[in-house]
Every structure is written in structure tokens, then in C-alpha cells.
Design a protein around this ligand. Structure first.
Ligand code: BG6
Length: 477
């Protein structure tokens, strides 16, 4: 049975969004839920309950949701929108007050009575991480997470990153989760895992014979993983200044990109196997130490960052980083993986470039003019797709060679519909209960094990300035 058919027979489900009026809910969750609804990818019977501090009526929250959806969608069915909004309501409450959760429990019971049967319940935590602990405990204490019975009405929590802010806090959070809930109830989100091209890396690598035999230190010289953004941190100053670029996207998005590109064959395409392999490769990352930090890590801050509202005076928070990482296993020993990300850079781009080694000899006129290196690029965004750079004879009478490209773009293929937003996939899989594209407790621990020493060490490493709209600090690793 396809996952789509599974969704059609999924029992009634109530989705509660904590942080219902926050940025994530407005920009991503409400529009993505509407997209799923339009595609008939939500359970036949469902309700959405927005939960947050503000006093808002049901009617006003529906109006809010409508605006959020219309700001993102250019073409949609008016009739679908009206019907979708009729499934939405609002519950006011405080994340730190048990009374609010008991009221929410009553609200959900009323919804269940309206539906006329036990429902599944999904709680989406679209809130700043400082609230996580409180919410986990109150969800358990109020019995909101108690299923109707052993057989009916699952309950799940979807938690946004960052999950903790170092290895200690991440382990503390995980210990609380482990005490209160079962691992199959906890979905730790990294929306990069749900991006189309990232998922495709597994298929691409393990369904095509022409690359997999070359996928190792014997034929690959280096791998570059990048996530560049042109916007700065305006509008998120307080959060970003506490977090920094490495925690914000390094501990999660970039390391998950690395995990997919470097993993061993998971053999089975399911959560258990794929997550175990991702964790295995992440655990093999070579720790960065006091001796190696200077030649393996660069951190930077763009000029003007300190003037952004809510940034601490003289803040040393990084808006850019580059790390030269190594994976200590048989396949990858000695191959550098460059992880690079920054705000306020020249372009918006997330991609992975795999540089193959040069051929030993060259049938070419000039060694210098013809680097004869093949490069495979996974373009995560924009213009999602894959391309291979190869060398071919330049047409004409001379025997020179020149670079050419074999390229596939999702946009350019007529049979491909516009790609779904990663959050659609996150919500879809969360409702279906497929944890393959969510991070396991082992992965979270492995990524923090790698990142925490860097955070501890780089207080003593220089913070390089770079100009807004540039390519970042000009430091070569
Ligand atoms: C988020 C980070 O997780 O990912 C943001 O908090 C970043 O700082 C964003 O901008 C990038 O995601 P996307 O999907 O816009 O590339």
C-alpha cells in the first residue's frame, strides 16, 4: 500500500500547534498543512488546534491562518480554503502552566466528541527551545499524551531543532523525553532531511552502478557541503545571538547532508536501518581538538551584525563558519569534508559538491589548462537537481579538452510537479509515523559530540569580519 493510501485510512487526527502565531507556524506549517489538504494528503477527518499565549478568538485565528496561507500561495481553490479553515480552531494557554494543558485536554475531548470517535493526537512544538522541558513535562502530566488505548489513538510530539544547545543539554532533554515517552512517539525535526534532493542522494547513490564503486577515499578527493544565505538575521536577533550559525545549521542541516552523502548502504529503506547508518557515520567524525582547531575551523561575523536589533553589545556570535572535517572509517579516511555556511553572503544556495580525483595521466595538450577533475553536484536549492561535470574534446581541429555538464533539474522536467515544501513532508511523515527522515537520539548525541568541542574551543579562535554580500572571510583551510 502506498503512503498516500495509508493516509486515506488514517483514523481521525488532531494536530495541535504550540506557538500557533509564531514565525514557523505562519510561514511554513499553516501553508504546508493547506497544501497537504489540497492534495488530499491529510486524514479524511482531522482538526487543527492553534495553541499559544495570545488571546485570539477561533474566528480571528482562522482569519490569521487564511492570511498566512494567502501570503504563500498564488493559485488555490477558494472552496478548498474555506473548507480547510473550518477544521481550524484556537486554544489560548501558557506553556509553563499546567492549568492551560488541562484546559487543552478538555478542548481536545470536545473535538473528539464532535468527531464521534477516539482520535490520534499530534503535538507540534513550534516554540523556542527554552520551553521544551516545560512542555514535555506538562504534556505528560496532563495526560494529553495518553493514547485512548493500547490499540487506538496514537499520540506523538514533533520537536523542532535546535534540540539542546550542547551535548549536556541535549542529553538532558533526551533523558526527560526517554522517561516520559516512547522513542516511537518522538519526532525530532531537521527539515533538511525532508528536502527532495537530500532524500534523492540515497536513491542516486544506491540505485546507480556508475557512481557507487567510486564512492570512497580511493576516487574522491574532497566533498564540499554548503548552505549560503543572502539575508542577515534581522527579525531573529535575540534567538540568533544566543544560538550562532554553528548551532543553528551546522549541528543539524549540514551534518545531516554529510550523513547522507557519506553513509554506508542501509540495505533496507526504513527508519531503523537508515537512521542507524546515519548515526554510524556521524559517530565516526574525527573530534576537533585544541591542536587542530586553528587549521580546521574558521568563524566569521558580517559587518553590521552588531547593529541588528536585540544583538548583545560587542557580541562574538558567529554568522559564518567553515569546518574541515574528517570521517575516520575505512571508506573515508583522509578525505576532507568542508562544511560551510553563512548569513549575508553573495547568494542563496545549498549544495553538495563531490570532487573526484584526477585521472593519473592526461591525454591533453596542457596539464594546467585541463584540470580533468569530475565534479558531481547535488543542488539542494535553488534549481533542485543533480549535475556531473566531465571533460570532452573541444570541437575543432585542435586536441584540447574542455569541461561539459550532464545536468538534471526538477524544474526543467515537464512531468515533475512543483516540489513540495520540506515541511509538507515533515507533517506527512509525522502523521504516518515514519521516522526515517527524523533524527534519532543517537544522531543527536553524535552531532553534539562533534560540535560541542568546537563551540568550547573557538572562544580562543579569531572571529573574522566579512562584508555583507561577500563570500565570507577569505581564509583557506
Ligand atoms: C533554519 C535556520 O533551521 O534553516 C535558519 O534556523 C535558516 O537560520 C533555515 O535560514 C534555512 O532553511 P531553508 O529551508 O530556508 O534553506
Amino acid at each position: 500500500m502506498t503512503s498516500f493510501e495509508n493516509m486515506q485510512i488514517t483514523p481521525p487526527t488532531i494536530i495541535t500547534i504550540f506557538g500557533a502565531t509564531g514565525d514557523l507556524s505562519t510561514q511554513k506549517l499553516l501553508p504546508s498543512l493547506f497544501d497537504l489538504f489540497q492534495k488530499r494528503y491529510l486524514p479524511k477527518k482531522f482538526k487543527i488546534v492553534g495553541f499559544s499565549r495570545q488571546e485570539i478568538s477561533n474566528k480571528d485565528y482562522r482569519e490569521y491562518a487564511k492570511k498566512a496561507i494567502m501570503a504563500k500561495k498564488t493559485s488555490f481553490s477558494e472552496e478548498d480554503l474555506v473548507e480547510f479553515l473550518s477544521h481550524i480552531s484556537y486554544a489560548q494557554g501558557f506553556f509553563d502552566k499546567i492549568e492551560s494543558y488541562l484546559e487543552l485536554l478538555e478542548t481536545l475531548k470536545i473535538k473528539e466528541d464532535e468527531i464521534g470517535q477516539c482520535t490520534n493526537k499530534l503535538f507540534y512544538l513550534a516554540v523556542p527551545p527554552v520551553y521544551y522541558k516545560n512542555i514535555f513535562e506538562h504534556l505528560a502530566q496532563s495526560e494529553l499524551m495518553k493514547p485512548c488505548s493500547n490499540e487506538a489513538g496514537w499520540t506523538r510530539i514533533l520537536v523542532e531543532k535546535p534540540f539542546g544547545n550542547n551535548i549536556t543539554t541535549a542529553q538532558e532533554l533526551d533523558a526527560i523525553l526517554g522517561k516520559l515517552f516512547k522513542e516511537e512517539q518522538v519526532f525530532r525535526i531537521d527539515h533538511y532531511l525532508a528536502k527532495e534532493v537530500l532524500q534523492d542522494i540515497l536513491m542516486f547513490r544506491f540505485s546507480n552502478l556508475i557512481f557507487e564503486p567510486l564512492w570512497s577515499k580511493h576516487f574522491i578527493e574532497r566533498v564540499e557541503l554548503s548552505l549560503f544565505e543572502t539575508r542577515g538575521v534581522e527579525g531573529r536577533g535575540a534567538f540568533f545571538d544566543e544560538t550562532g550559525a554553528l548551532r543553528d545549521v551546522g549541528q543539524n542541516h549540514l551534518l545531516q547532508m554529510l550523513a547522507f552523502v557519506a553513509t554506508e548502504d542501509p540495505v533496507e529503506l526504513d527508519a531503523q536501518h537508515v537512521r542507524a547508518e546515519r548515526a554510524r557515520v556521524l559517530k565516526a567524525l574525527r573530534p576537533i581538538t585544541e591542536e587542530t582547531v586553528c587549521e580546521t575551523v574558521v568563524r566569521g561575523q558580517y559587518d553590521g551584525y552588531l547593529e541588528v536589533p536585540n544583538i548583545a553589545s560587542g557580541s562574538q556570535t558567529e554568522t559564518y563558519f567553515k569546518i574541515k572535517a574528517f570521517i575516520d572509517n575505512e571508506r573515508w579516511n583522509g578525505v576532507p569534508f568542508y562544511l560551510e555556511s553563512g548569513k549575508a553572503l553573495t547568494e542563496n544556495k545549498a549544495e553538495i559538491k563531490v570532487y573526484f580525483k584526477k585521472t593519473e595521466s592526461c591525454l591533453c595538450i596542457s596539464e594546467e589548462k585541463s584540470p580533468r577533475q569530475n565534479v558531481l553536484t547535488f543542488r539542494i536549492q535553488p534549481d533542485e537537481g543533480t549535475s556531473v561535470l566531465f571533460w570532452a574534446k573541444k570541437p575543432g581541429l585542435s586536441l584540447e579538452i574542455e569541461p561539459r555538464e550532464l545536468s538534471f533539474s526538477y524544474k526543467g522536467s515537464p512531468e515533475v510537479k512543483p516540489l513540495a515544501d520540506a515541511y509538507e513532508k515533515v507533517l506527512f511523515d509525522g502523521i504516518l509515523g515514519d521516522q526515517m527522515l527524523f533524527t534519532s537520539t543517537e544522531e543527536v548525541s553524535a552531532t553534539w559530540h562533534f560540535i560541542t568541542p568546537i563551540l568550547d574551543l573557538w572562544r580562543d579562535t579569531p572571529l573574522h569580519r566579512y562584508k555583507k554580500g561577500s563570500a565570507g572571510p577569505e581564509i583557506v583551510l
